[in-house]
Design a protein around this ligand. Structure first.
Ligand code: NOJ
Length: 539
């Protein structure tokens, strides 16, 4: 396909490097480990890898607190391992997206170390410092997403600094042009190294209100979720930076940026997309949807309406911050529902983002004791929220010790189900979730209608069924998803009634369903994709 554009038409796979593959048996995954598994990813059929942070980090937030932007942490193999990884990925036509965590640095970053050392240090203004307000109060009511006030008192210079996340993650002062310049230089450094794009961590939080006004309350209590974040996120200055950033990206061929919209909805996310801004911005409705067609249908529809056929949607069912879809939607080890959702993710109009282990239906590991929790957020909010360790457990490669991830005890426990839920086992089972994903990925690659075809909803029943059409110049696909355990009939419009469909995939049958009385009947939890080639969509 000549016009295949990797970030638009392809599939992006997120790797949490600590947990993918440990090559030196220290219990932590690393870059040589990922390099070793590239052929697995080629076989799976993905087009790009988004690498969660691999820069040096004291790991207060496992990589999302960076202490040097232009290095690779030795625990992941250092720069040599990174260069080899990029080279090997590119040799296999796999693109690489780095995580850009530039709302904040680690408190161990030399910029912050200098900044906190004295009020006259040249880096002082690289972070957000404020003295006590009248009556010795905090500078304002801004909160940390990870609990408590966002202001931390620093005794050395007797001022507060602001941190939107952990106190070990001080926010950079984006109103200082030197910060912007240093960040753009750093981005250029990675582009020169051949990185294909970036995922921007909480990008819409970079700029803060210049007057540092208090956020109004939605409900009265000064907790993060109960505030309207009109002064600490989504400030208009962001567009100026995005324009410069995009111009830099566009000075290299086919580079890409996707932003993690913080606290945002469809409107906010869409707002940041465009030729002078980001290629894409995450919207997280799929992550928050219940297992109901109504929720998914509405999410798709809102994206379609908001982007008005101009911007390009992207979809996320899993990432390193939320309970895995397999644990959200199933209590058992049955993968029926996961096949329905895999079909949705890989046939809807937009870029699918997969998360390592999603393809084998990895479940969250249980977190039973506070003393076991490694995630800083879990430690703060225990027992109401147990944190994000559950979805970050080691990849389950085979039935060997530690699931083949490492010979040493892994940094997080492997799920108990690994002896039978693993890549090796599912590779040999034609009915496995892994083989279902592989087939879907292949279909998506083979038929351009799934990449750039129009999306048209066909029918949906809030509790049972979701069906839609994808249509391009000469192909038309019908995707029918039964979210219910019982059989459901799908009524077809007259244009779709002719019996010339080809069955591309179903988890429940091998032949095209018969059309009877203008209907086809879907089995319980069936996901089915039908295709007509050389199709003219008129009677
Ligand atoms: C969003 C990331 O996805 C999350 O893992 C991290 O803790 C925060 N940003 C802070 O960087």
């Amino acid at each position: 396909m000549s016009d295949f554009l990797w970030w638009r038409d392809g599939v992006i796979y997120q790797i949490y490097p600590r947990s993918f593959m440990d090559s030196n048996n220290d219990g932590i995954g690393d870059l040589p480990g990922i390099t070793k598994k590239l052929d697995y990813l080629v076989d799976l059929g993905i087009d790009a890898i988004w690498l969660s942070p691999v820069y040096p980090s004291p790991d207060a937030d496992f990589g999302y607190d960076i202490s040097d932007y232009c290095e690779i942490d030795e625990k992941f193999g250092g720069m040599k391992a990174f260069d080899e990884f990029i080279h090997q990925a590119h040799t296999r036509n796999i693109r690489v997206i780095m995580d850009l965590v530039i709302n904040h640095t680690s408190d161990q970053h030399s910029w912050f170390q200098q900044s906190r050392s004295s009020k006259t240090n040249e880096y002082r203004d690289w972070y957000i410092w404020k003295g006590k307000s009248e009556r010795n109060k905090l500078p304002n009511n801004w909160q940390s997403r990870f609990g408590g006030s966002g202001w931390e008192w620093d005794p050395t210079t007797e001022e507060f600094y602001f941190h939107m996340f952990a106190k070990e993650q001080p926010d950079l002062n984006w109103s200082n042009p030197k910060v912007v310049e240093a960040i753009l230089d750093m981005i250029k450094f990675w582009l020169e190294k051949g990185v294909d794009g970036f995922r921007l961590d909480v990008f819409n939080a970079y700029y803060k209100d210049e007057k540092f006004r208090n956020n109004p309350f939605k409900l009265g209590l000064p907790k993060f979720d109960q505030q309207k974040h009109i002064y600490d996120i989504d400030q208009p200055q962001m567009f100026h930076f995005l324009k410069e950033f995009r111009a830099l990206l566009d000075s290299y061929p086919e580079r890409y940026a996707v932003g993690e919209t913080f606290m945002g909805d469809f409107k906010t996310s869409a707002h940041y997309m465009g030729n002078n801004a980001l290629h894409a911005a995450f919207e997280f409705s799929f992550l928050n949807s219940r297992y109901k067609p109504a929720n998914f249908y509405q999410a798709i529809q809102q994206w379609e309406d908001e982007l008005a056929q101009v911007g390009w949607p992207c979809y996320v069912l899993n990432n390193h911050d939320v309970i895995r879809s397999a644990s959200r939607y199933t209590k058992s080890e049955d993968d029926g529902r996961l096949k329905v959702l895999a079909t949705l993710m890989l046939t809807v109009r937009g870029t699918p983002f997969m998360y390592y282990g999603e393809e084998i239906g990895m479940r969250d590991i249980p977190i039973n004791k506070k003393s076991d929790v490694l995630d800083p957020v879990g430690r703060v909010f225990w027992p109401f929220y147990k944190g994000r360790d559950g979805c970050r457990s080691p990849m389950q490669w085979n039935a060997d010790k530690n699931a083949g991830f490492s010979k040493e005890i892994p940094w997080l426990p492997v799920h108990d189900n690994f002896p039978w839920r693993n890549v090796a086992k599912q590779t040999n089972d034609p009915k496995s979730l892994l083989n279902f994903y592989k087939k879907l990925l292949k279909i998506r690659k083979e038929y351009p209608v799934f990449q750039n075809g129009m999306y048209m909803p066909l029918t949906y029943d809030p509790k049972k069924i979701l069906a839609y059409i994808r249509q391009s110049n000469d192909q038309i696909a019908l995707i029918a998803l039964n979210f219910n355990k019982k059989e459901v009939a799908l009524v077809l419009s007259s244009q779709l009634l002719k019996d010339d469909w080809k069955l591309l995939i179903s988890n429940k049958r091998d032949t095209v369903p018969k059309i009877f009385d203008r209907k086809i009947t879907l089995f319980g939890n069936e996901a089915m994709v039908l295709l007509k080639q050389d199709h003219q969509f008129s009677e």
